[in-house]
Ligand binder design. Structure first.
Ligand code: LP5
Ligand code: MN
Length: 247
């Protein structure tokens, strides 16, 4: 095999779920065959269809994924995780079981001499006022403590009900409302002193956007979801490349 340049990988929105075993298999194979050759893997949120709390590990949910992440981090690949709107309840128990490090959203890292801003992306969608109100509520520590104090089965039933409400809400929102807000993108790029790379997911609209702001250039890479086919972004000293996984 050709020796690859040193590189890091980025994924998001896999929406892994025990009832879709083929995506889980593709994800585990990606960790074993592709991510194993990287210096680091950054998972930018919504790895899981939903995460009801770290006690779902002991209950046997997502068992093969937890093991595959543990194997990857034990092999020396650094694995990082930013919380998505589906899995913001991931906590210490997940870190301990997998060896993955949770990073705040957003996070600025320097890779191969370039500053790279990372986010899940849901906080950028400020035109979606109903979602942002909901987000503020469920991201509060008090709300989370109260939610996590309930039995796992009750939390899962709650989430199923919420999913139905969310799907209905989305069906009557425009695509524009559910996209990132241009002024928020400009503000975050200014705030982080114009990072040349910004990588996020959430909108499931994979694309490379070029921003010119106050005389500075920024590439904004939006990651794709894994519903139909797995995909990932690689970054080396030569720049970013988007990849699709093939069966
Ligand atoms: O996830 P996606 O991309 O399909 O949609 C998001 C927004 N929806 C959500 C909700 C999640 O999908 C639900 C699953 C997450 C479980 C997390 C676990 C812990 C929480 C448990 C809470 C009980 O994030 C969607 C956005 C869309 O992205 C695009 O950006 O539009 O937002 C909504 O649809 C939210 C609604 O607009 C407002 C919320 C209505 C429900 C309020 C009642 C809350 C209590 C219900 C529980 C019985
Ligand atoms: Mn999301």
């Amino acid at each position: 095999m050709l020796r690859q340049m040193e590189h890091c990988l980025f994924i998001s929105d896999c929406h892994l779920c025990d009832s879709r075993p083929q995506i889980t298999q593709a994800f585990n194979a990606f960790l074993e065959n592709t991510a194993a050759h990287a210096q680091a893997l950054y998972i930018l949120g919504d790895l899981f269809e939903y995460w009801a709390g770290d006690d779902s590990i002991a209950a046997g949910q997502y068992q093969t994924v937890i093991q595959a992440l543990k194997n990857l981090s034990a092999s020396g690949v650094k694995v990082f995780f930013l919380k998505g709107n589906r899995d913001f309840l991931v906590g210490d128990g997940f870190e301990n079981a997998t060896g993955v490090t949770i990073l705040p959203d957003p996070t600025l890292v320097t890779l191969y001499g370039k500053r790279v801003l990372l986010s899940h992306g849901d906080a950028l969608c400020t035109d979606d006022v109903a979602y942002q109100q909901f987000r503020n509520e469920v991201r509060s520590p008090a709300w989370q403590a109260q939610f996590l104090s309930q039995p796992l089965s009750k939390r899962i039933a709650y989430i199923e009900e919420l999913r139905t409400k969310s799907e209905h809400a989305k069906s009557i929102k425009s695509m524009q409302i559910m996209d990132v807000n241009a002024a928020v993108i400009a503000a975050i790029l200014r705030n982080y002193a114009y990072p040349p790379l910004f990588i996020h997911g959430h909108t499931h609209r994979p694309q490379k956007h070029l921003h010119e702001l106050d005389g500075n250039k920024c590439e904004r890479w939006v990651l794709g979801d894994w519903y139909e086919q797995g995909s990932y972004l690689s970054l080396s000293a030569a720049g970013c490349v988007a990849h699709q996984l093939h069966d």
